[in-house]
Write a protein that binds this ligand. Structure first.
Ligand code: NI
Length: 171
């Protein structure tokens, strides 16, 4: 099932999501599958559950955009356990469509997370994957990438969004 993507302005995007404690359930497996489907439909490389209105600590990532099944990652209750270096690059978010801004992030990131069956695993990513790890764990803590840009740029984006909301072009 493809869920609509929740856009900036909805409270669920700015709340800390809740830990998952029950693994391997039909419900959880279905939710993860739906998240991949929704992410691909929206042409994203990462999606956090709050972005489909579900306040749970689940994110999916596929930086190959569906080209390589080996690159599909399910991050449940993810935690960043190591970072190295820095990178600056353009970042966007499905919840803030059409906007992109340069954001400085760690260049290399190691994550510890559960898989959908509960298995704990660790994975290290660099560049775009490291960026996705940081962007998606931020989402689960109620933080959007615009928190990492200058207040001036953030206000400009907010003003543009308010205009779009008034014109009913942002919902
Ligand atoms: Ni995002």
């Amino acid at each position: 099932m493809i869920y609509p993507i929740v856009k900036y302005g909805q409270p669920v995007l700015e709340k800390k999501a809740v830990e998952i404690s029950e693994f391997g359930t039909t419900e959880l497996l279905k939710l993860v599958e739906d998240m991949f489907e929704s992410m691909y439909a929206a042409k994203g490389v990462g999606l956090a559950a709050p972005q489909i209105g579900v306040g749970k600590r689940i994110a999916v990532i596929d930086i190959s955009s569906g080209e390589d099944p080996a690159q599909k990652l399910v991050l449940i209750n993810p935690e960043i356990i190591g970072t190295e270096g820095a990178q600056t690059g353009e970042e966007g978010c499905l919840s803030l469509p059409t906007f992109r801004e340069p954001v400085t992030r760690a260049q290399k990131v190691t994550i510890r997370a559960n898989k959908a069956d509960g298995e704990v695993y660790e994975v290290t990513g660099e560049d775009l994957l490291a960026r996705a790890f940081q962007h998606e764990t931020d989402h689960l803590n109620g933080t959007l990438y615009i928190s990492h840009i200058s207040p001036l740029k953030r206000d400009l984006i907010r003003r543009k969004i308010r205009k779009l909301q008034k014109a009913n072009e942002w919902s």
